[in-house]
Write a protein of this length. Structure first.
Length: 300
């Protein structure tokens, strides 16, 4: 081996996607497969699409460009609002984007009109996780302003949970999302295509039968790529396969050494003050990989 490698089992990804898609379909939910965890690898996107996802969701423009350049024509969702300088790229390359800032939506509309297009947006509502989204109290005036823009269409309503603030999806907060969606439909006089109830973290509610009716979209990456090892910490979803992504590296040293460092303790190379329990001498291996390459705490 010349260096650390990540091996991706596309068969497992396809099967995980199919398991999730088929279960979600029983509740009228379509799944967008999130590929940002693999930097938008076209092979991974195709495996998800073979598994039945309705489209691909991505957060980075270079990944979206990679997907499009590889010939993937499936619907692509941009998972974040763009900087003003890249609004035209959004209109050209993605089918729907998550939006929450009126100034950005106004600029998207202007560019889309100039290009003779109407761009679909998913209006994001902050239900407590504090990632992105308008406050629920601002829904009515925000929707009323967006309805004046000719170059955009409110295709859906969505929220982010279990992300920045680690606020988990519940029947209560997702029930609020559905209520906001219905309010938006009354304001616009049109049905929404999408009511997106979050990501992999919403799947436990689905399996428990507690996901509110009306949710018809989930944006799923972790449960497909990792088999839900993060999502289903307590009660695994047995049908999902873990280890679709495996990290391998070379061992460059093996020696018997004390478990506790010797000498006066200070800060480590990363600015932390670690505490090492004294477990006696241990056979320790050093691999040719480190924190620059991977979050060690995330390895299983």
């Amino acid at each position: 081996m010349s260096g650390p490698q990540v091996a991706i089992d596309l068969g497992r990804i396809e099967r995980n996607a199919r398991t999730i898609v088929e279960r979600c379909a029983l509740s009228g939910i379509k799944v967008f497969g999130v590929t940002k965890g693999t930097c938008g690898m076209p092979q991974v996107a195709r495996a998800m699409l073979r598994g039945g996802v309705a489209g691909i969701a991505e957060s980075r423009f270079e990944n979206i460009r990679r997907l499009r350049d590889s010939g993937i024509n499936a619907p692509i969702m941009l998972l974040r609002s763009p900087p003003m300088a890249r609004v035209e790229e959004v209109v050209r390359t993605v089918d729907i984007s998550l939006q929450s800032e009126l100034a950005t939506i106004r600029e998207i509309s202007r560019i889309a009109e100039r290009m003779g297009r109407v761009h679909d947006i998913m209006l994001m509502i902050d239900l407590g996780d504090l990632r992105e989204g308008i406050w629920p109290n601002d829904l009515i005036p925000t929707v009323e302003q967006i309805l004046q823009f000719k170059g955009v269409r409110i295709a859906g309503i969505g929220t982010n949970l279990g992300c920045f603030g680690a606020i988990m999806p519940t029947p209560e907060n997702l029930g609020q999302l559905v209520a906001h969606a219905y309010k938006t439909e009354r304001l616009s006089g049109k049905s929404l295509d999408v009511i997106s109830g979050g990501a992999s973290s919403s799947l436990p509610l689905l399996l428990e039968g507690r996901l509110p009716a009306g949710i018809n979209n989930l944006r799923v990456g972790e449960a497909i790529l990792q088999g839900g090892v993060e999502t289903f910490r307590d009660v695994p979803w047995a049908e999902l396969e873990p280890d679709a992504c495996r990290l391998t590296s070379d061992i460059i040293e093996v020696k018997l050494k004390p478990s506790r460092p010797i000498g006066q303790s200070g800060y480590d190379a990363f600015g932390n003050q670690p505490v090492f329990p004294d477990e006696g001498d241990r056979l320790r291996a050093i691999a040719n990989i480190g924190r620059e390459d991977v979050l060690v705490e995330g390895l299983t």
